[in-house]
Ligand binder design. Structure first.
Ligand code: GAP
Length: 512
């Protein structure tokens, strides 16, 4: 698939299509929305389910062949969103899951300190410093305006000095003008802010009743690792997979669903002998990359990036391997945004839970006659970010079509697989169409039936939801039992026997 250049796609247009065609809606929209939360409409819910199902099928039900030529051993899990709060102390999330934050005492806004940039006049020791939001052209323009006004002259671009807010000293913070205010001194020093959502268990709501909504699905897997070993026949090396909601009180939710406060993850924790962790890390990194490619995210828009040492998360201490699979979203272009992380977590998590839970989590390897704590390789993907990347990739402007745009989804994940249109609402055409829809949806899932409006408008609707094939029942169908098939991508139309439709669709949907 070769779709239009992502840098030229407009996020506003993509979001408008998502709302118009029922992919994604702003949560609580009729109450003005709630920042960082999104609801999925009929098309979006199906698209998200298709992606989740594809992941589960390809990782758990039909796992890949591993580096030794054998099928990878992997089992599923569905753990709770709320666990004993000690889980999050052991995992390091209570103490370490923090972003440095800056509050503006005047505008009451809160910013991630690493997202604030500053400008001043080069070599100016006395003057004020002006803050703006990284990557936000409007915010930068405002800071420039304030600087010029303060200096009562226009400062040329080559006379500007730019640096990150975090590089400034405490004295300099005091003379910095915040992005949304006029006077200096309203920004606080950066301070840690825990990203976990808190709640209370039971009716009393005291400090002792605090619990957390999970910020990742991974820990549910670690705390069940022993249960899975004891209740199944898996042996190291093996993996446990789970999908589910995660919650983070993100300071600056933005870019549509990219950074949300409620989102879904698809995570595998793969347990292996410490000496084999490099081999498994490389296997998972490369296999996960090729998996995203198989869904149509191929080419220049997908990137595999190994982390620099200073980017490593608190659990990836050894630096044995961490990489991101990144996608060039329209709002990051020409840069990239993280879609999935693949990390060698060493034995950090099992060690922490063994210590904090005062329990033995070592594995006795009969083949090696050795007792050890396995290392863990973690491919951790965001389901919502996956959906967003598929939406952005599929979005294909085409001025020649009545809809001016179509969604070029890979048929495997397309939310609507086919549509059946009776040309007119008479002569038994709707009945024939309905029968065909019933037959097809039993085998292929979502198949639309639309007897209303002009055929052009019906095609346009299906182009915008990314339906790969439309079948039209017309006058000829009544005499020769053939229907017209219209191909979304090529716009070609051909006639096939109505009894051949199921086989045609089966072949087309499995071929791509
Ligand atoms: N267990 C490891 C872990 O949670 P992470 O990099 O923090 O690692 C994994 O998250 C994936 O979850 C990310 O690659 C991203 O796709 C998704 N993700 C993380 N925070 C998110 C957010 N606020 N909104 C949407 N997706 C998010």
């Amino acid at each position: 698939m070769s779709n239009a250049d992502n840098a030229s796609k407009s996020m506003t247009d993509i979001m408008a299509l998502c709302k118009r065609r029922g992919f994604i809606f702003q949560a609580s929209e009729i109450y003005g929305g709630v920042n960082g939360f999104w609801d999925y409409g009929p098309q979006g819910a199906q698209l998200k389910k298709n992606l989740r199902d594809a992941w589960w099928n390809d990782c758990v039900t039909n796992p890949p062949i591993g580096p030794d030529g054998d099928e990878v051993s992997i089992v599923g899990l569905d753990s709770c969103i709320i666990q004993n709060p000690k889980v999050w102390e052991a995992s390091g999330h209570v103490g370490g899951f923090n972003d440095p934050m800056v509050d503006c005492k005047e505008s009451k806004r809160r910013y991630r300190a690493d997202h604030i940039m500053c400008i001043c006049e080069d070599g100016d020791q006395e003057g004020l410093i002006f803050a703006y939001l990284e990557g936000d052209d409007e915010s930068l323009a405002q800071a420039r305006k304030k600087l010029d006004k303060n200096k009562k002259r226009k400062i040329e671009d080559d006379k500007l000095c730019t640096c990150a807010f975090l590089e400034l000293s405490a004295e300099e913070w005091a003379i910095t003008v915040g992005p949304d205010v006029k006077d200096p001194g309203s920004l606080t020093e950066p301070r840690a802010f825990n990203l976990m959502f808190k709640t209370y268990l039971g009716a009393t709501a005291t400090e002792d009743d605090i619990a957390y909504l999970r910020p990742e699905t991974a820990q549910g897997i670690f705390i069940n690792y022993k249960n899975v070993l004891d209740s199944t026949r898996v042996k190291v090396p093996f993996g446990i997979a789970q999908t589910g909601k995660a919650f983070r009180n993100e300071v600056t939710p933005r870019n549509f669903t990219f950074r949300s406060r409620e989102f879904e993850q698809m995570e595998i924790e793969f347990f292996c002998h410490p000496e084999e962790s490099r081999k498994w890390y490389e296997f998972w990194r490369d296999w996960r990359m090729s998996w995203w490619e198989s869904l149509g995210l191929a080419g220049d828009n997908l990137l595999l990036r190994e982390h620099d040492k200073d980017e490593l998360a608190h659990y990836a201490k050894t630096g044995a391997g961490t990489s991101d699979i990144e996608y060039r979203f329209p709002f990051t272009a020409p840069g990239f945004g993280e879609l999935e992380g693949v990390a060698d977590r060493s034995n950090y998590d099992l060690k922490q839970h063994a210590e904090h839970g005062n329990t033995k989590l070592e594995y006795f390897d009969q083949e090696r006659n050795e007792r050890y704590l396995p290392n863990v390789i973690e491919p951790s993907a965001g389901l919502d970010r996956g959906v967003l990347s598929l939406l952005c990739e599929a979005y294909t402007p085409d001025p020649e079509r009545p809809s001016k745009v179509y969604m070029k989804f890979n048929p495997r994940i397309a939310p609507t697989k086919a549509a059946v249109f009776p040309l007119v609402k008479k002569d038994g055409m709707p009945e024939i169409g309905k029968k065909l829809q019933t037959q097809l949806r039993k085998r292929f899932g979502a198949v639309d039936f639309d007897p209303k409006q002009s055929i052009g408008k019906r095609y346009a609707r299906m182009d915008e939801v990314g339906c790969p094939y439309c079948f039209t029942i017309d006058g000829d169908t009544l005499t020769d039992q053939t229907v017209t098939v219209r191909d979304r991508d090529t716009l070609s139309q051909e006639r096939i026997g109505i009894d051949k439709v199921e086989g045609f669709l089966a072949e087309k949907l499995s071929a791509e």
